[in-house]
Design a binder for this molecule. Sequence first.
Ligand SMILES: [Fe+2]
Length: 265
Amino acid sequence: MRPHDSLGVLFLGDVVGRVGRVALAKTLPILKDRYQADLVIVNCENATHGRGCSHEHYEELLAAGADLLTSGNHFYDIKAVFNENLDWSRLVRPINLGPKAPLEGVRTIRVRGRTVRVINALGAVEMGGFYERPIPAIERALAAGSADYTILDLHAEATGEKICTARYLDGRITLQVGTHTHIQTNDERILPKGTGYITDLGFCGLDEGCLGAEAESAIMRTAFQLPVAFNYVEHGAGVVEGIFAVLGLDNRCLSIEKVRARAVA
Ligand SMILES: [Fe+2]
């Protein structure tokens, strides 16, 4: 039995294209009910044809039941993030994009009377781009104020960077999840000082493809380095992957388990 004063968090991996969006919309009401989730966070990094999240799809994912959305290396692919007339208040972009970046890299919301701070950060290892390293930016966010719970989405390629960052932050944040690889890892656990952890949540999208794209295009691009664009098909069997974590008092994670569901889009 879950303690009555605990907080249940469903965190789902990178939504990829229409198949991911539809699979999420079909499964999220069932998952919320099954786990009695108090808070749903979804990485929307690839929601718009694999590259970023348009404002239309931002609203679609919120309507599907997400409370907050996190982002990643495709954040700037959608130029509407610069449009100050649009409400992006439930999107958390990577915190380490530099001081001129639009929107916020940390957002705090109230859930059942408690404050939950959500940080999104880009990894520095094998990610390309010119980002600040994640730990100094995360340290500034932690020093800027307190919250009952802190959740970090480290959007990163390297497994070593993810676990080393989590061990460094252990006990100071409540939960760290990894995103970006689209491969769900089998290492969910609670670290020695109480931080819940998984190296990567996996993704929400086409089940029988590769990384959410149609397999042939992904094989040519990724395994053979040919200049082929990922082909994001519009229909097919979808998978929804992530974790459900129970957060207790004293900023500790009480339990964490993998989530995997299917829906046809
Ligand atoms: Fe990514």
